[in-house]
Write a protein that binds this ligand. Structure first.
Ligand code: AMP
Length: 215
């Protein structure tokens, strides 16, 4: 099964994708993670996109489609979770073509709905364990006092994303509403869309996604 998790920054796509990786043996394809990796390792492409990402704008379709193309080749029985891709109609069309070229199908698109105020609260309070990707929140799930990640047990690997600040979040939200939200209608028309309430607890959202994938 191949699925897209669609939603604004802070909707919880990464957290839910990690759960699906663990429980369903799926492979998470996060273009945001791929771009951050390129930036951190200082590749030519990484240096090119660094400023765009820091401002919260979208990098070019050509770059992200290229990244996804490389990952789709070959067998993957558990299926793919597209996390943060596609983000434009052009990317959605390209994904459709890439999948059919590989003899694969896109089975479901899950829209995660969260209101803007909650997104700002979540993002400005967010930190992540760079060892395993576990997400923490200063208010609702603070970093443990002993400095050990509750998920992988590694110490002091907590980081805050450079673009998790109010200024770039505004640009990221605007990019979502202008460029990405049309995909909701696009996949609705293709009869692939399910919507879940992204404001519930992590477990409640997991349950809603599970039901959506089983119908
Ligand atoms: P994310 O981790 O998904 O929030 O992505 C972080 C940043 O990477 C975004 O704000 C964009 O600058 C860039 N990015 C990630 N995925 C895409 C995409 N599919 N299209 C364009 N830009 C992207």
């Amino acid at each position: 099964m191949n699925i897209i998790l669609l939603g604004p920054p802070g909707a919880g796509k990464g957290t839910q994708a990690r759960h699906l990786v663990e429980t369903r043996n799926m492979v998470q394809l996060s273009t945001g993670d791929m771009l951050r990796e390129a930036k951190d390792s200082g590749t030519e492409m990484g240096n090119m996109v660094a400023g765009v990402m820091a401002r919260g704008e979208l990098v070019t379709d050509e770059i992200v489609i290229g990244l996804i193309r490389e990952k789709l080749e070959g067998d993957n029985k558990g299926g793919f979770i597209f996390d943060g891709f596609p983000r434009t109609l052009e990317q959605a069309d390209a994904l459709g073509h890439l999948m059919s070229d590989e003899g694969k199908t896109l089975d479901a698109v899950i829209e995660m709905r969260v209101d803007d105020e909650a997104l700002v609260d979540r993002i400005t309070a967010r930190s992540t364990c760079s060892g395993c990707g576990e997400v923490y929140n200063d208010n609702t799930k603070p970093i443990p006092e002993n400095g050990k990640c509750t998920s992988c047990g590694q110490e002091n690997l907590f980081t805050r994303r450079a673009d998790d600040n109010e200024e770039s979040l505004k640009t990221r939200l605007m990019a979502y509403y202008k460029q990405t939200s049309p995909l909701i209608g696009y996949y609705y028309a293709k009869e692939m869309l399910s919507s879940v309430n992204g404001l519930g607890t992590v477990e409640a959202v997991q349950g809603e996604i599970k039901s959506a994938l089983e119908t």
